[in-house]
Design a protein around this ligand. Structure first.
Ligand code: SF4
Length: 393
């Protein structure tokens, strides 16, 4: 089957153990499986051995975009995903299993502009490396000067070196340390759950950058595309409310922050705090620290954004951190977890403690405290106290 013209036609394959760079024909998968998710799942089925662990070199980190990636006109041409065998949440099943993270921003479309419909990373580098994709040309480079840097610092560093049009996906210190709740963070402040940051860290892969000049993708049927776009626009989706709660920040410090090529009638905003830090602030990450900040400060302020941003910088999943915080509070209240067991975390002060002294301490994220709660899978840890765990397991 001849693929529609919007496809680049090939998926990049990089083996970090051998340094071998190859390609896979997209048509092998795209003609049988729907979109980027179908292609990535089929690739996973073909390429990941059933017995491989999430952190084994035999596992693959699969990046995939759908046919709309990079397409202009507001039909969500920005979405992309990362697929792999995940280390999290292993506690529920007792084994690593397939998982994926769904992302927006600008990296997915740039990957297609750079000449690929996806990327399969296998093996493990013997030192920190990055992959650079530039108009079809691919190189594996040392990333030793990026090691230990936060996600935001890593993206800035690569852009300063390679130019502002370069788009980057990377991990922070959490991913480098293979913390199971580590995220992958990418240009446009996209981030994904599912332990994908830990898998990327297990391969010693700090970052992937992409830049392409082939930016004018044409749909197979432009008229039909236009008709669908008008239909979607006329639906006037507006803002998202769930359970009557508005998940968008409407303060004067926020402005719309759409992903590439999206008509942006969603809650995605960029927030700028008084200290100049800015970044995406929406949905669950807007709320996960809000009640702790409000109970300490007596009202809403920049702190819930800064907590969210700190997680983005270190590459930590706020969904999971929220569970850990709530679980710690419940365990402390029930007299189950002592300060020692929680890695010297000052339990009585969690609710009233400012961010830098609270549960988001960098020391904990870097595991220097040897805390079982952060070293091991958090839900598995909760299982040890199953009858008291505040989450449904
Ligand atoms: S701007 Fe909003 S609706 Fe559009 S792709 Fe991004 S998250 Fe989705």
């Amino acid at each position: 089957m001849e693929l529609p013209s919007a496809y680049a036609g090939k998926i990049l394959s990089v083996d970090l153990s051998s340094g071998k760079i190859d390609t896979i024909e997209t048509s092998r998968y795209a003609e049988k499986f729907i979109g980027g998710r179908g292609t990535a799942t089929a690739l996973y089925w073909d390429l990941v051995p059933a017995k491989a662990g999430a952190m084994d070199p035999e596992n693959k980190l699969i990046v995939s975009v759908g046919p709309l990636a990079g397409m202009p006109g507001g039909l969500g041409g920005s979405r992309w995903g990362i697929y792999s065998k995940s280390p999290f949440p292993r506690g529920r099943f007792g084994r690593d299993h397939f998982c994926y993270g769904n992302m927006g921003g600008t990296f997915g479309s740039e990957l297609r502009f750079a000449g690929y419909d996806g990327l399969v990373v296998s093996g493990k580098a013997d030192r920190p490396v990055s992959i650079d994709i530039r108009d079809g040309d691919v190189s594996i480079n040392s990333a030793e000067d990026l090691a230990g840097r936060t996600t935001v610092e890593t993206i800035d560093f690569i852009k300063n070196k390679s130019g502002p049009r370069t788009r980057v996906m990377c991990i922070g210190p959490a991913g480098e340390n293979m913390v199971p709740i580590a995220t992958v963070f990418a240009d446009g402040d996209a981030s994904c759950s599912g332990g994908m940051g830990a898998v990327m860290g297990s391969k010693n892969l700090k970052a992937v950058s992409a830049a392409g000049t082939n930016r004018r993708l044409s749909p197979g049927d432009p008229e039909e595309m236009k008709r669908i776009e008008q239909q979607v626009r006329s639906a006037d989706r507006g803002n998202v409310k769930v359970w009557g709660m508005d998940f968008m920040d409407h303060s004067p410090k926020s402005r719309k922050y759409p992903c590439f090529g999206c008509m942006a009638k969603c809650l995605r905003v960029k927030y700028t705090a008084d200290n100049g830090k800015s970044g995406k602030f929406m949905c669950q990450s807007r709320f996960f620290y809000l009640n702790h900040a409000m109970s300490y400060y007596g009202g809403d302020n920049d702190m819930s954004f800064l907590a969210n941003r700190l997680c983005d910088e270190y590459g930590i999943d706020t969904w999971e951190l929220q569970t850990i915080i709530e679980w710690l509070l419940a365990c402390h209240d029930a007299g189950i977890v002592s300060e020692k067991e929680s890695g010297d975390l000052p339990q009585p002060r969690i609710r009233r403690t400012p961010l830098r002294r609270g549960p988001l301490r960098v020391k904990k994220i870097r595991r220097e405290g040897r805390s079982a709660l952060y070293q091991d899978r958090p839900l598995r840890s909760a299982l040890l106290h199953r009858e008291h765990a505040p989450v449904s397991l």
